[in-house]
Design a protein around this ligand. Structure first.
Ligand SMILES: [Zn+2]
Length: 190
């Protein structure tokens, strides 16, 4: 799932238009009148809205849409491993400030739970934003490799679950993501 910038942050409507800045041409003025987009001021300043909802008049910009999308994340579940070397599974509950870490290898199973501070959960979310997690593709698959390493990330929001999965192939940010998980859990995850 990619972030849907054009969805209204207030009412959820997708009936929105872009806000266009600068001196409009006559044609642009007519199109704006027809409701195809909305005219902003002459100059776009930092923090100005870029989208306007036609249903509730709310206005917002891309940065606010990104913040909003990440603020909806309740739980992150991630796993990595393979047939050889075992599997690691983690759950990071950002609403209850709890983490769970599991390691499985054959008959062996280890578990550890710990609570985290609110500030840790907040900086974790900020880091996910930098790692562009919500814009990762749903599948990363390298064909022709037997066994090897599989990974998954599940992002739970209110009423939604977004799943990402990989088989011997990774998003560009994967190593940094693993490092972030190790830092918050304080256990192995690789
Ligand atoms: Zn709206």
């Amino acid at each position: 799932m990619a972030i849907t910038y054009k969805k209204c942050l207030k009412c959820g409507s997708k009936n929105s238009v872009s806000i266009v800045y600068g001196m409009p041409s006559y044609e642009a003025y007519q199109e704006a009148e027809a409701g195809k987009f909305k005219l902003g001021g002459c100059v776009l300043s930092l923090g100005d809205p870029e989208y306007a909802c036609k249903d509730c008049d709310h206005e917002w910009n891309r940065e606010q849409a990104i913040d909003y999308a990440y603020s909806k994340i309740k739980v992150i579940k991630a796993s990595v491993g393979g047939y050889f070397g075992g599997y690691y599974e983690v759950t990071i509950d950002l609403r209850n400030f709890e983490t769970t870490w599991n390691f499985h290898e054959g008959e062996l199973e280890e578990t550890s739970k710990k609570s985290i501070r609110r500030s840790t959960a907040e900086s974790f979310l900020e880091a996910l934003k930098i790692l562009n997690l919500l814009n990762w593709k749903a599948r990363y698959i390298e064909t022709g490799v037997c066994d090897g390493t599989q990974w998954s990330v599940e992002i739970l929001t209110d009423g939604r679950s977004i799943k990402k999965y990989g088989d011997n192939k990774y998003p560009f940010e994967w190593e940094l993501f693993c490092r972030l998980i190790r830092k918050i859990i304080n256990r192995k995850f690789e």
